[in-house]
Design a binder for this molecule. Structure first.
Ligand code: ADP
Length: 468
């Protein structure tokens, strides 16, 4: 069964402590090994020193038997020494330890240098042995010297016990430290969660706390705050849109109602009633136009709408749109000029392009003076851009409103534009229709008075059905 701690703080502490435990264990192992090797090296040095001493203590008697120099009795009393002949006969021994016996030295071994080894003798006593061969006064003698490893093993044991106590202690202290540290590091998350819980649609202006803008949690807070900022902006835009839409609808409905109420105040002749009904129908048309625009934008906002690009004859669409809107221009004695000779075909959404041109031409007619000229141009710029411009000779749009006029329900002169049927949604629709096709729209000043709305669309040359 695998335990899964839901608490990140505990998980972090366990991971941290587990890793630390492994590191400490490795460290302890290496430390014990180093201490052991060091102590053994010391012991080997001592044994080598002993060996040299013993070698110098050997004396030959007149009967060729060997003995130790009697002056160094105390030295020998503490050391286990055996001297063997080359043929394997024990010549001399000094043994301070009783009850231990060394394995018999086997003759015929080649001993070129000092040989060190550790031995465990019969009652589990640990010894370090050095074996060497030396020529003393013409005879080859084998020396075996031993020292007990008891002291060394006790030292190592002590060190081991010390580590055994220190290791869990260090682990406990570091686990507590790790737990506190994890708590401190994670505390901004708790604060963020607490603040986030309190944020609702009515308190979207609240922001998450940013403890340290330079660390990862700080970055997370900043990113979430930016997200909140965007949500707040969209929410406010939506609120404003709903408010403006309701306001527009109410105004139009009130107008229709007042026309009816005024008409009912006094009895009228038949012809007068026709006028009243005509006015009501005109208002109704505006209302329908407004509702259609609202539906169009709602559809656009829902992101379900897609463009349907197809090879389109741009010049033909412009000619056709001008034809449709021509009667409105004629009412004001305006001329719509479009002198394009060459055919431009590109991959665009014809419905959206038609809607865009209709809105722009409708504005040019509405806001252009009587008897003025509206100019439409279409041309290819560079290799990849298609440009369509609609210029009028109207009063123009002040510099500071050049961006704002594309916002929903924005109108420069509310009362005047309402009279002419404007609801402030036409340019918002144009902007959306252009941008969803990967294009852009901007305003340019014309040489005369007035504006030029310039649309730039990606140009993808394509053959229309007719060209094929
Ligand atoms: P509307 O339905 O009011 O025309 P639009 O979104 O089409 O809404 O335009 C927004 C505002 O921009 C208009 O109310 C008008 O004040 C201004 N505007 C748009 N086109 C022109 C233009 N060609 N000349 C002058 N002002 C314009």
């Amino acid at each position: 069964m695998v335990f899964k701690f839901k608490n990140v703080r505990i998980r972090l502490t366990l991971w941290y402590s587990g890793t630390l435990f492994m590191i400490l264990l490795l460290y302890a192992g290496i430390a014990i090994l180093m201490v052991y090797l060091n102590l053994r090296k010391n012991m080997d040095n001592q044994l080598e020193h002993d060996y040299e001493m013993v070698e110098s203590l050997i004396e030959f008697d007149s009967d060729d038997s060997i003995r130790f120099d009697s002056d160094d009795g105390p030295f020998l009393n503490e050391r286990w020494v055996e001297i063997w002949s080359d043929q394997g006969t024990l010549l001399l021994e000094s043994r301070p330890f009783s009850g231990q016996s060394l394995p018999v030295f086997k003759s015929g071994q080649t001993i070129t240098s000092l040989k060190f080894q550790s031995l465990v003798l019969n009652n589990k006593a640990h010894f370090r042995e050095v074996t060497g061969k030396a020529n003393i006064e013409g005879s080859w003698l084998i020396f075996r010297l031993l020292r007990s490893e008891d002291t060394m093993l006790k030292e190592i044991n002590k060190f081991f016990i010390l580590l055994l106590i220190a290791l869990p202690l260090a682990l406990i202290i570091s686990a507590i430290g790790g737990y506190l540290l994890a708590g401190k590091l994670l505390s901004p998350i708790d604060k963020m969660a607490l603040t986030a819980k309190k944020i609702s649609s009515s308190s979207l202006q609240e922001r998450l706390p940013v403890m340290n803008p330079d660390d990862e949690l700080g970055h997370l807070s900043i990113t979430l705050n930016e997200l909140l900022e965007r949500i707040q902006q969209s929410f406010e835009q939506l609120k404003q849109f709903t408010f403006d839409a309701a306001h527009e609808l109410r105004t139009q409905l009130t107008t229709i109602r007042s026309i009816g109420e005024v008409a009912l105040q006094e009895p009228k002749k038949n012809g007068d009633y026709r006028d009243v009904i005509g006015s009501m129908l005109e208002e109704n048309n505006r209302l329908t136009h407004l509702v259609n625009s609202l539906l169009f934008l709602a559809h656009a906002d829902s992101k379900v709408s897609k463009t349907n690009p197809e090879p389109t004859d741009i010049t033909e669409i412009i000619h056709h749109t001008i034809e449709v809107i021509q009667p409105l221009a004629e009412e004001k004695g305006q001329i719509i000029q479009f002198d394009q000779k060459e055919t431009i075909t590109s991959l665009v959404d014809p419905t959206l392009l038609r809607q865009t041109l209709l809105n722009l031409l409708d504005n040019a007619i509405k806001y252009g003076p009587d008897l003025s000229t509206i100019t439409v141009k279409a041309y290819i710029t560079g290799e990849k851009s298609l440009c369509i411009s609609v210029s009028d000779q109207g009063a123009g749009i002040p510099e500071e409103y050049r961006e704002k006029i594309f916002e929903r329900f924005f109108r420069l002169d509310k009362s005047r534009t309402r009279d002419s049927g404007g609801s402030g949604l036409g340019l918002a629709i144009v902007k959306w229709a252009v941008e969803i096709q990967g294009g852009s729209i901007h305003l340019e000043k014309t040489e005369n008075r007035g504006n030029s709305f310039v649309i730039i669309l990606p140009y993808n040359h394509a053959k229309t059905e007719r060209d094929k």
